[in-house]
Design a binder for this molecule. Structure first.
Ligand code: M6R
Length: 605
């Protein structure tokens, strides 16, 4: 929920920290700070608000010279977003500074204990206990103090710690929060995410939970929790640095919407050879699977909702959906015959990780569909299918969601073939439909120049309804979430047939209805619901393919999509809804890439 970064080397550290923080700002952006060591003194600068404020305050880092430092961008959990609560936090003697991503669950007890020992607390954060513990345990051995401190902490934490007495040395610790080390030449780095370091190095080390490391300019040493040095593999980042830049678009979200056809191709193409789906990483005994449970949060959960229809239809296996935040405490009925599919763009979502661990403990095999290579979820799973969407920066997911859908489609077809639940001709037909999707995703981007105009018409709505049936309903869930999270307009997603069971009471002239009508198996039915809401005065914006003349004549406004098989249409149908949400948010002057109160990666419960 926060982003941390650190540097030690020969360059002036602050500008590098600030650049890194800008790349991590998607993780949290209510306050930020850096700490740099100069002349054996730690200099800390903190601000409320965005990294831009910190750059201004430090004159882009020039006011804080020094070759070793740490930085933080915050998404507040404990304590309001103020300068005082911003990280880095310093020890009472000023010798140590710490940045932290995660939550210290036993901070109340630790705070009481430290207060009794005479330590003085400046902030309301859980983090501050860490730096006082380091001071408490320090008797000339920095490493020992860090280890003793880590042993006292419960919860999740990625930490960066510096000591004024040892200017070229940084310690980092990882427990259930992302932390990656960057291996440079004569300089080394750490960050919550590689995007913060990739401008300087493509060689990285992934730390595991319970490990800690010492960084100096010329070396990185990694230790297990008992302090034994352990060998680590250096991994090479292969994606293009521009993939993490805006590339001429006004917003990352727009860039990422536009990238979807390319991302789709990268997800599908290598996995279809001579008309056959190859999922080499999925060495699963399908005969043993009696049911599938899909879990995730937010959009990833909604991708699962759409994928469920395709899997059940093709594989004839019952698929149950559970929100990860519910599943983890649900005492779930899971055993060794359950395949748990976990969906996550970041691979670091705390609730998803917890649900996954719980189900594994009860015997389930876990297939993770993730975007970030080396992420916690990828590492914990029995099988991993990457979505290959490239880095996703905007808080609102777009290409992350559509590539998750595509992997679910691949999985459904692959499994159906394994289980013999699909005829060969149908299999071949659907595989060629799947191969056509990247092109159709491009078509949908090209064929809707009217969306900005529609956004001008609908942007003042106080609330909207998104309705549909079957896969159209699953897309309604995601469409409404996109509208809510970036435009702050209330949006309700509803199974079209349910309206008359209560919520139709809310329909009136000021309540636009977005009707999703792409799944041909149910469009006739949805059309009767369109008539019901129109009778009550609502304006209807329908999403359908051009040939469906009945809908064209019923709806007030149309968004067109190409005709796609109902089992695969969700990943095309969502794209105009992403665009609509984007343009409505733009009309309303919202901060599209960093919506209020949100963060990209929800690494706390
Ligand atoms: O990284 P994850 O896919 O696990 O994230 C899950 C949700 O937090 C995420 O999809 C969230 O709902 C998005 N901001 C929606 O756009």
């Amino acid at each position: 929920m926060c982003g941390i970064v650190g540097y030690t080397g020969v360059q002036n550290g602050a500008p590098i920290l600030l650049e890194g923080l800008k790349k991590l700002e998607y993780r949290g952006y209510d306050s930020a700070g850096i700490a740099v060591i100069q002349d054996r003194t730690i200099h800390i600068q903190k601000v409320t608000g965005r990294i831009a404020n910190l750059c201004e305050k430090t004159q882009d880092g020039l006011l804080t010279p020094g070759c070793t430092g740490i930085g933080h961008t915050r998404w507040a959990t404990h304590g309001a977003p103020t300068d005082t609560n911003a990280h880095p936090h310093a020890s009472n003697d000023g010798r140590f500074a710490v940045v932290h991503n995660g939550i210290i669950e036993n901070y109340v007890e630790l705070r009481r204990e430290l207060t009794e020992k005479g330590y003085h607390f400046e902030s309301e954060t859980d983090t501050e206990v860490i730096v006082h513990l380091v001071e408490h345990y320090y008797h000339g051995d920095f490493q020992k103090a860090v280890m003793k401190t880590a042993n006292r902490l419960q919860g999740s934490y990625a930490l960066g710690i510096i000591c004024a007495d040892e200017p070229g040395r940084v310690f980092v610790v990882r427990e259930a929060s992302p932390l990656i080390l960057g291996v440079g030449i004569g300089e080394n780095f750490f960050a919550s995410d590689v995007t913060a370091m990739v401008a300087y190095t493509r060689n990285v080390i992934y730390l595991e939970d319970g490990e800690f490391a010492e960084l100096t300019a010329n070396a990185i040493r990694v230790f297990d929790c008992a302090g034994r040095e352990i060998p680590k593999q250096i991994n090479r980042i292969t994606w293009d640095i521009q993939a993490a830049e805006k590339g001429g678009y006004d917003h990352f979200m727009l860039k990422e919407i536009m990238e979807q056809p390319r991302a789709a191709k990268a997800t599908i193409t290598p996995r279809i050879q001579s008309g056959q789906i190859q999922l080499d990483d999925l060495d699963l005994d399908f005969g043993n699977v009696r049911r599938i449970l899909i879990t995730a949060c937010g959009s990833a959960y909604y991708a699962g909702c759409a994928g469920k229809y395709t899997i059940e239809k093709l594989c004839r296996i019952p698929v149950q959906m559970e929100l990860a935040s519910e599943l983890r405490y649900a005492d779930p009925l899971v055993d060794e015959h359950t395949l748990l599919i976990v969906l996550s763009q970041s691979g670091e979502t705390a609730d998803t990780i917890a649900a996954m661990k719980e189900c594994r403990r009860r015997g389930a095999k876990v297939l993770a569909i993730v975007n970030v290579v080396g992420s916690t979820i990828a590492k914990l799973a029995d099988y991993v299918l990457y979505t290959w969407a490239g880095p996703e920066i905007a808080v609102a997911t777009t290409k992350g969601y559509t590539t998750q859908l595509l992997v679910l489609y691949l999985f459904a077809l692959y499994t159906a073939k394994k289980l013999n639940t699909i005829e060969e001709t149908e299999y071949c037909r659907l595989v060629s439909c799947l191969k056509a999707l990247p092109k159709q995703m491009q078509q949908v981007l090209d064929m809707n120049p009217a969306i900005p105009r529609l956004a001008k018409k609908y942007h003042q709505a106080y609330s909207m309804f998104f309705i549909g049936r079957n896969t159209d309903y699953a897309v309604a869930l995601e469409g409404a979430l996109k509208m809510k999270e970036i435009s702050y307009i209330h949006a309700e997603s509803y199974a079209a047939g349910e309206l008359k069971h209560g919520t139709i009471a809310l329909i009136h002239e000021m309540q636009p209805v977005i009707a999703l009508c792409c799944n041909e198996s149910v469009t006739e039915k949805t059309m009767s619901n369109i008539i019901e809401v129109k009778t009550r005065g609502a304006e209807v914006l329908a999403v359908a393919h051009r040939e469906n003349q009945k809908i064209v004549s019923l709806a007030d406004d149309m968004i067109y999509v190409p005709k796609v098989d109902p089992l695969l249409c969700a990943c095309v149908e969502i794209i105009p809804l992403q665009m609509l949400a984007y343009h409505v948010a733009k009309e309303n002057g919202c901060d599209i890439d960093k919506p209020m109160n949100l963060a990209k990666s929800v690494t706390v419960e």
